[in-house]
Design a protein around this ligand. Sequence first.
Ligand code: BYC
Length: 329
Amino acid sequence: MYAQMVETGSTSVKKLEAMEPQERAFQERVDAGIKIEPRDWMPAAYRKTLVRQISQHAHSEYVGMLPEANWLTRAPTLKRKAILMAKIQDEAGHGLYLYSAAETLGVARDDLYQDLLAGKAKYSSIFNYPTLSWADIGAIGWLVDGSAIVNQIPLCRCSYGPYARAMVRVCKEESFHQRQGFEIMTTLARGTPEQKAMAQDALNRWWWPSLAMHGPADDKSANSAQSMAWKIKRHSNDELRQRFIDQTVPQIEFLGLDLPDPDLKWNEARGHYDFGQIDWVEFFNVVNGKGPCNAERLAARKKAWDEGAWVREALNAHALKHAPQQAAA
Ligand code: BYC
């Protein structure tokens, strides 16, 4: 069915009858579930939306390494350190697949990355919060990667082939990340009273940012209606947020931790948990660069870029030196 309408803050979505033949054929392909590939014709706005979302997603993976890296040198055991190192390396890999997927749309990775460093590009709000204790590493894996899976599994069926295929592998790895986070939380929740208190504190601090991570409420989501018509997004922000809450509350109960929101209650009529008000003022402040760690995160990425200049130069010099041999071969 064409363009399931959702009530969102978006401007109106063009009806099939109002489209020119080329755009109409494109939309019919999307509606039939046929993947769009890089060389296929696509509306300029579809391309632009994909570049926006995929590059933001790639930046999120890159910036998202930083809060966890903060605990690499202080992980409680060698085994925990090795696992955390592997997880952070996975996030770097996700960034690479995603920048590559964005490049299939005719943009250059360096330009996208420079937009991030210049503070012009968005990345997920969640990574602008600090990691204050080891339990935060458990909470990130459990709640942040947990939110990411709920959001990203539908992206495996997104209409753009390279993005959909990248997400298949990303989701497999995110599911390992979510389990490692839950396992850290289980250990702490069953540990000493101090460890349990640390787990509770991490849950209380990461709960609300994890809900906000799913994006503004549907009536404030500028892009949802069009992105859903194009089958880039398969579900609205509110639907995915509710799905995350419904699957996570029983996990909180299993851990024996207190619910982080007094309004979290099962609603028999809706078949979902009700929950309290998300602080959208805080969310938009964080998105607009005024979160607790925005400046620190960008400074860290800029430092890594500057300090990596010699590696880029060396790789370019090596490539130039071997270009004649490669051309001959
Ligand atoms: N943070 O119209 P809307 C990970 C922006 S990394 C910041 O609903 P859309 C991990 C939005 O961009 C996983 N900005 O937008 C890594 C838009 O602004 P623009 C990251 C946000 O695109 C390391 C405006 O608000 N996941 O898992 O339809 C360690 C209006 O929103 C946020 C992805 O990137 C936010 N949270 O829907 C551990 C998933 N939310 O661009 C873990 C891919 C909204 O118009 N992305 N905005 O200026 C998506 O699925 C969608 O882009 C979103 C937003 C659901 C996030």
